[in-house]
Design a protein around this ligand. Structure first.
Ligand code: FAD
Length: 400
C-alpha cells in the first residue's frame, strides 16, 4: 500500500514509523523541516493526568503504557511530582486523585520527607502542602523521539521530503493524489494528514484558532542556561511547572502567564524574568539562573478539545489525525493509525472520529466562528474547515 503522510511533527513521524512496520510504502511530505511545528515547542510530559471524558483518559493512559513499552533514548520514566499549597489547588488535587484511583491510574500521596528523598533539590514548602507522585508518568525530549520515529521510518523504506508544501488533496474511489506548491503531485492509496495546527487548511476538521483563543492554545516555555539545580522528573506546582531539559537546563512553564502569549509577538524579557523569579520557590541551587530562550508554543486543539483520528471520506482515501496530546499519544497512534489505514478499526479511536463535526463545530459553550483566518505561510486549501475561537473553558485543558 502506498501512503503519503503530510507533516513531519511527532504525530506524522510516529504514524510514518507505524505504517512502515505494517509494510506500507511511505512518503512523508513536510513543508518546512521535521519538528518545525508545535513539536518544537512542547513541554512534552507524558501523562493521562487530567484528561476527560473517560474515553480520552483511556486513550492517553494506553499511550503512557505505549511509551514505557517503547522506552529508549529521550524517554525519561522518572514520574511526575505535584504539590499543592493553595486551598483551591489542594481541593482540586484531592478530587483528581480520587478520580484517577477509581480509574486505576498509578497515584501515591506522599509525605514532604518522601518528596525530599525523591527530589533532594526541592525548596522547603509551608506546612499543609500536599505532595502526590504519579510514578508512571514521564517526559521526553521531543526532538530525540522525533528522530527515532523518522529513522525507523527511513529504515523501513520511507522517503522523507522536506520543503514539500501540500496545497491540495484529491481523492476518489481509485486512490488519492496530493498536489504540491511547486505543482508536483504524489499518488497514494491513502493520504494521512498530520499537519498539526494547519490541519484545517487541508481537510475538513475545525480547530481552535490560536490568534483568538488566547491561553487555551498559546503558551510560553522558557529554557534556562545549564545550572547546578537538582531535578529528575516533571514537577508541577501552584505557580510553576518545571522539568529537566538536558545538560543541566530546565524547562519552565506557568499557565497563569499564558494569556499574554501571542504567537505573532516575540516574548519580552519580562516573561523569562517572571518564570525565573518563581524558580527559587520550587528548587534550591538556582542562584544565578538565566533564561536562554523563551518561546510561544501553539497547541493543536480540535474544536471540542479532543483528539481527531479517522477517515474523512466514504472511500477511505483520506485520514486525518489532530491532537493536543500529541507527545503523549504518538507511540500509540503509530500503531493504531497504521492498523486503521490497513482496514483494522481500533475501538480506542472509535470516540474520536472527525465525523462528529459534520453538523459544524460544537456550539454548546458557543465557540464563536472567527473571521476568516489569514493564512499562515502561503497555503491554499481546497477545503477550509472553520477555525473557531476557544470556548470559555469549563475545565482547564490540562497543565500542558
Ligand atoms: C506549550 C505547549 C506545551 C505542550 N505540552 C505537552 C505535554 O506536556 N504533553 C503532550 O502530550 N503534549 C503537549 N503539547 C502538545 C504537543 O506538543 C502537540 O500535540 C504535538 O507536538 C503536535 O504534533 P503534530 O505532529 O500534530 O504537529 P506539528 O508538530 O505542528 O507538526 C505538523 C507538521 O506539519 C507540517 N505541515 C503543515 N501543513 C503542511 C502542508 N500543507 N504540507 C506539508 N507539511 C505541512 C508543519 O510544517 C509541521 O512540521 C504541548 C504543546 C504546547 C504548545
Amino acid at each position: 500500500m502506498r501512503v503519503v503522510v503530510i507533516g513531519a511533527g511527532i504525530v506524522g513521524a510516529a504514524v510514518a514509523a507505524g505504517l512502515t512496520r505494517c509494510g506500507a510504502q511511505v512518503t512523508v511530505l513536510e513543508e518546512r523541516f521535521p519538528g518545525a511545528g508545535t513539536t518544537g515547542t512542547s513541554f512534552a510530559w507524558v501523562n493521562a493526568n487530567d484528561k476527560d471524558p473517560e474515553p480520552y483518559f483511556t486513550l492517553n493512559h494506553a499511550a503512557v503504557h505505549a511509551h514505557h513499552a517503547l522506552g529508549g533514548d529521550g524517554f525519561f520514566p522518572t514520574g511526575h511530582l505535584e504539590w499543592a499549597t493553595g486551598e483551591t489547588h489542594r481541593t482540586e488535587l484531592a478530587a483528581r486523585v480520587e478520580k484517577l484511583r477509581s480509574r486505576e491510574y498509578a497515584v501515591e500521596l506522599i509525605s514532604a520527607a518522601r518528596a525530599a528523598e525523591l527530589e533532594p533539590g526541592l525548596a522547603v514548602r509551608p506546612d499543609g502542602t500536599e505532595y502526590v507522585l504519579f510514578p508512571e508518568e514521564a517526559h521526553v525530549f521531543p526532538a530525540q523521539l522525533l528522530g527515532r520515529f523518522l529513522s525507523e521510518a527511513r529504515e523501513g523504506g520511507a522517503e522523507i521530503e522536506s520543503g514539500a508544501a501540500v496545497r491540495e488533496i484529491r481523492s476518489g474511489s481509485g486512490g488519492a493524489t496530493v498536489v504540491l506548491a511547486d505543482g508536483g503531485t504524489r499518488a497514494a492509496d491513502v493520504v494521512v494528514s498530520c499537519a498539526g495546527r494547519w490541519t484545517g487548511l487541508l481537510v475538513d476538521v475545525p480547530l481552535l484558532d490560536p490568534r483568538v483563543s488566547g491561553a487555551a492554545t498559546n503558551g510560553f516555555l522558557a529554557t534556562t542556561a545549564p545550572m547546578p539545580a537538582r531535578l529528575s522528573r516533571v514537577l508541577t506546582t501552584d505557580r510553576l511547572n518545571v522539568r529537566p531539559d538536558g545538560g543541566g537546563r530546565l524547562l519552565l512553564q506557568a499557565r497563569d502567564l499564558d494569556d499574554a502569549a501571542d504567537p505573532d509577538v516575540p516574548p519580552g524579557q519580562e516573561v523569562g524574568a517572571e518564570l525565573l523569579a518563581r524558580l527559587p520557590e520550587v528548587l534550591t541551587g538556582t542562584e544565578g539562573a538565566r533564561v536562554e530562550q523563551t518561546r510561544v508554543g501553539q497547541r493543536v486543539i480540535p474544536a471540542d478539545g479532543l483528539t481527531v483520528a479517522g477517515f474523512l471520506d466514504a472511500s477511505e482515501r483520506v485520514y486525518a489525525v489532530a491532537t493536543h496530546s500529541g507527545i503523549t499519544l504518538a507511540p500509540l497512534l503509530a500503531d493504531l493509525v497504521a492498523r486503521e489505514v490497513h482496514g483494522r478499526e481500533s475501538a480506542l479511536l472509535g470516540p474520536f472520529r472527525p465525523g462528529r463535526f459534520a453538523a459544524g463545530p460544537p456550539d454548546s459553550d458557543s465557540p464563536v466562528l472567527a473571521p476568516a483566518a489569514p493564512r499562515p505561510r502561503s497555503l491554499i486549501p481546497m477545503q477550509t474547515a472553520p477555525v473557531v475561537a476557544a470556548p470559555e473553558p469549563a475545565r482547564r485543558i490540562g497543565p500542558l
